[in-house]
Design a protein around this ligand. Structure first.
Ligand code: 2P0
Length: 337
């Protein structure tokens, strides 16, 4: 039996300056740059095994066969290992809720690309020469571009700390702006609903472009928000980062709300958490909120008020679970032993 196997881990990331909109749907290129925090304690682990003995790809997510997600995963493997590749068995494990606005596709596709690329390099006899040469030449940016082609936000999880993704001329550019240890921010996640989201974010972005009257001004102002956020990060200016991040998040949700039909990911718990965070801000606490394509609220704060933020959000009506994380590392290979 000819086989090649590797396992990788990636952490989800939370965007402060959001990706919403596609410049090129077929290549999945984002219409705007984005800036994000890679988390430390939430993860997806992906084991990819290619074998000439398999007659089809097979995906298991947390021990269950996942037929719906398989075509997207198979397409991503074709990009990494060539469309003539041997079929693969993929096992995914995740320590947080999937598809509920917690960026599970980001960590999943980042881990998938890293594991698949490593596996290809392990058993050259079952891949063609072109694939072997491509695999050997890939750096982290090349892996990020492959992950981004599968899921735009996944490109950012190839890097640790505070990460910026730029749209670039022909493809995205992604890099760490600030290492995780340089500014010890904390991210408190208030889970207000554990189900799958109502509209997939990719479809929702396309709907926003087609139907929201606010879409064009969202695109036009993004470079300005990125510049402000970048300078706030470089200066470790929490206030400035808070103001631009909340504004950018609310603009993205305004674009969603003004799409036809409207895309509303929030629930009552989301609004109650925002109000609790506003109260903390009024009491002088350095904390701000952000929400993505789901009802969960992420509160960004600092180590000295993390316990207070967690306690406050845990008492909000509608909050089911609280999780907390610092900033974490780039996607990496795990030792299969
Ligand atoms: C972000 N989101 O910047 C934004 C904010 C959701 C809201 O990136 O279509 O699942 O697969 O490229 O990566 C979620 O989008 O979208 C996302 P596709 P993805 O984090």
């Amino acid at each position: 039996m000819e086989k090649a196997v590797a396992t990788a881990q990636a952490q989800p990331n939370i965007a402060l300056i959001k990706y919403w909109g596609k410049r090129d749907v077929s290549r999945n290129l984002p219409a705007v740059g984005s800036l994000s925090l890679t988390l430390a304690t939430l993860w997806t682990r992906m084991k990819v095994e290619f074998s000439t003995d398999f007659d089809r790809d097979c995906l298991q997510v947390d021990g269950e066969v996942a037929v719906d997600m398989l075509p997207r995963v198979s397409r991503c493997l074709d990009q990494v290992a060539g469309s003539n590749r041997p079929r693969a068995s993929i096992e995914s494990h995740c320590n947080f809720p999937i598809a509920a606005g917690l960026a599970s596709s980001a960590s999943a596709f980042a881990a998938l690309v890293v594991a698949a690329n490593k596996a290809c390099g392990q058993a050259s006899d079952i891949f063609d020469e072109e694939t072997i040469a491509a695999v050997a030449s890939r750096d982290t940016l090349a892996l990020a571009r492959l992950a981004g082609a599968a899921s735009g936000s996944a490109a950012r999880s190839l890097f640790g700390g505070i990460v910026e993704l730029a749209t670039g001329d022909d493809d995205i550019d992604v890099a760490t702006l600030l290492a995780a240890s340089t500014w010890p921010l904390r991210v408190v996640v208030a889970v207000t609903e554990r189900g799958h989201k109502s509209v997939a974010s990719g479809d929702a972005m396309i709907l926003s472009e087609k139907s929201s009257p606010f879409y064009s001004s969202w695109i036009e102002n993004q470079d300005h928000d990125l510049e402000v956020a970048r300078s706030a990060v470089n200066d470790r200016d929490f206030e400035k980062l808070a103001t631009v991040s909340e504004h950018n998040c609310l603009k993205m949700h305004s674009v969603m709300w003004t799409s036809r039909p409207p895309i509303v990911y929030w629930n009552q718990g989301t609004l109650a958490c925002m109000e609790a965070i506003r109260d903390l801000q009024s009491a002088g606490q350095a904390v701000f909120f952000t929400m993505d394509a789901g009802p969960q609220v992420k509160a960004i704060c600092q180590p000295d008020n993390e316990a207070l933020v967690m306690q406050t959000l845990s008492e909000v009506d509608g909050v089911e679970t609280i999780m907390s994380s610092g900033l974490g590392a780039a996607a990496c290979i795990l030792d299969d032993a």
